[in-house]
Design a protein around this ligand. Structure first.
Ligand code: FES
Length: 82
């Protein structure tokens, strides 16, 4: 079985208030629209001390910084567009 892609979105107060509250909804919708529920392990995490580069999202072990509603789609497409 293929290993799931790990999406970890920072939900610490800094990242959350600076955009991850919206990114969260976009990622959830993206997973739904692309039928990725079985391929993705999506979870939130608390602050990891990278607020100054935030909002932050980790995909597998790659850290994406300054994630926002304008670039999240493109980032996800890099991993999931077929
Ligand atoms: S709140 Fe996200 S790294 Fe601190």
């Amino acid at each position: 079985m293929k290993e799931k892609t790990k999406l970890i979105l920072c939900l610490g107060s800094s990242c959350y208030s600076r955009g991850n509250q919206y990114v969260l909804e976009i990622v959830k919708q993206y997973i739904k629209d692309h039928n990725l529920k079985d391929e993705v392990d999506f979870r939130g995490q608390l602050c990891t001390g990278n607020c100054s580069h935030g909002p932050v999202m980790k995909i597998n072990d790659v850290k994406h910084e300054n994630v926002d509603i304008n670039n999240i789609q493109k980032i996800l497409d890099q991993y999931f567009s077929k």
